[in-house]
Design a protein around this ligand. Structure first.
Ligand SMILES: *Cc1c(COP(=O)(O)O)cnc(C)c1O
Length: 427
């Protein structure tokens, strides 16, 4: 495969942009090699600057549930562009997308739009603190909630549940209010409530997608709900990734546990930058201008971004079977992968939730971040690079989730499984 164009573009970019990329995961650092510079997307496929084509299982890290250049989304965006890019004043497109979200997510009675998942989560946490009048928050190892200061934490030393900054530039004073617990381990959460009587909220990815795909146990989520109720804390489901992916109505319909606040992103923008957070009218009433909790954005609810989101969600709602079709394809892909792994004696664990799929080169069932770390990283790197050679674009880290779009056909899935057979034979 000729990737000279990408190599040259990467060298140039590195002189201009730190690491050559505007989001670190794109740099391919965990798998080695050069990131592919993309010229265009078409349906299920990405085409790089050297003209190589790949079936895309990354889909811009989740947003593109209808694949690249979906006709309905593309024409909605072009139409919106012709009316103006931004007004800094309200438009009816914002109410339209708000109505979609409120009709789909039962816990949401009001919603506020922002421009990224990071912003949605950061604002949701401020709202939870403002609503409860408390300062501490609980998050889980291995869950990612964007790059705001108080969420960039790692486990402290010894028995402390209070987190340490995981990045230079984040003062320890900013993360001392973030308590760290272990995913799917309720005792570690109880300990947080013993260590602090000032907990405003628990934030969790109910279907974690940022340590590989690791869904929370139903009982665990139910126990979190109970702890929150007992201690007057709010439960936040970060569904920036799983929203509209695992299910059309949010994780609460899959798990039976109802959160107080939900954060959304990725799919709701249809490929444009959109984030959102929503809750009951009572909680949302605390937000400015109705209430005292400040939050704002020059480009929030941008009309072009809203047009893309509305087109995507309208299409999802009007084609009710879409979720089960996508889930069926994810299951087939993972079943085929498992079959080929068994054939070639490669330990593999797979998971599916709707159009999300995940796999670990591991012998153990993965329930938390420690388990995820036991994945065979070296094998993953080789797998990743050989699959690229075969024309399949998978996420360049084993701690990411894979995605199926409606543009990925049953035949493409069967061809991918044949490529697994070939690649596993060479591992
Ligand atoms: C992607 C992601 C975010 C951050 O969203 P950005 O748009 O990248 O800022 C937050 N939470 C979860 C669960 C995500 O997957």
């Amino acid at each position: 495969m000729n990737t000279q164009g990408s190599q040259k573009a990467f060298e140039e970019a590195k002189n201009l942009i730190p690491g050559g990329v505007n989001s670190p995961v794109r740099a391919f650092s965990s798998v080695g090699g050069t990131p592919l510079f993309i010229k265009e997307g078409k349906g299920a496929r990405l085409i790089d600057v050297d003209g190589n084509e790949y079936v895309d299982f990354v889909q811009s890290w989740g947003p593109l549930i209808f694949g690249h250049r979906d006709e309905a989304i593309e024409s909605a965006v072009i139409d919106a562009v012709k009316h103006g890019l931004s007004f800094g004043a309200p438009t009816t497109a914002e109410s339209e997308l708000a109505e979609h979200i409120i009709s789909l997510f039962e816990p949401i009675e009001k919603v506020r739009f922002v421009s990224s998942g990071t912003e949605a989560v950061m604002s949701a946490i401020r709202l939870a603190r403002g609503f409860t009048g408390k300062d501490d928050i609980v998050k889980f190892e291995g869950c990612y909630h964007g790059h705001s200061d108080s969420l960039l934490v790692q486990a402290g030393s010894g028995l402390a549940t209070f987190g340490n900054p995981s990045s230079p530039g984040v003062p320890a004073d900013f993360t001392k209010h973030t308590l760290l617990a272990k995913y799917n381990d309720i005792d570690s959460v109880k300990k947080c409530f013993e260590d602090s009587d000032d907990i405003a909220c628990i934030i969790i990815e109910p279907i974690a997608g940022n340590m590989g795909l690791v869904p929370a146990d139903k009982d665990f989520l139910a126990a979190l709900r109970k702890l929150c109720d007992k201690h007057n804390a709010l439960l936040i489901f970060d569904e920036v990734m799983s929203g509209f992916r695992a299910n059309l109505h949010g994780a609460q319909t899959l798990t039976g546990t109802k959160p107080d606040i939900i954060t959304l992103g990725k799919v709701i923008g249809g490929g444009m930058p959109v984030g959102a957070f929503g809750a009951s009218s009572e909680i949302m009433a605390k937000l400015s201008p109705d209430g005292p909790v400040y939050q704002a954005g020059t480009l929030s609810g941008n009309p072009v971004a809203m047009a893309a989101g509305n087109a995507a969600i309208t299409k999802l709602k009007s084609f009710a079977r879409v979720m089960s079709v996508l889930e069926h394809r994810s299951h087939r892909l993972m079943a085929g992968m498992q079959e080929m792994a068994t054939k070639h004696n490669i330990p593999l664990k797979t998971t599916v939730r709707g159009s999300m799929f995940g796999f670990f080169f591991s012998e153990i069932d993965v329930k938390n971040f420690d388990d995820a770390m036991k994945n065979d990283q070296d094998r993953f790197s080789k797998f990743h690079s050989k699959m690229l050679d075969e024309g399949y674009y998978f996420a360049c880290s084993s701690f990411e989730t894979g995605f199926i779009s409606t543009a990925i056909t049953d035949d493409m899935i069967e061809d991918t499984i044949k490529a697994f057979d070939k690649v596993f034979g060479e591992l």
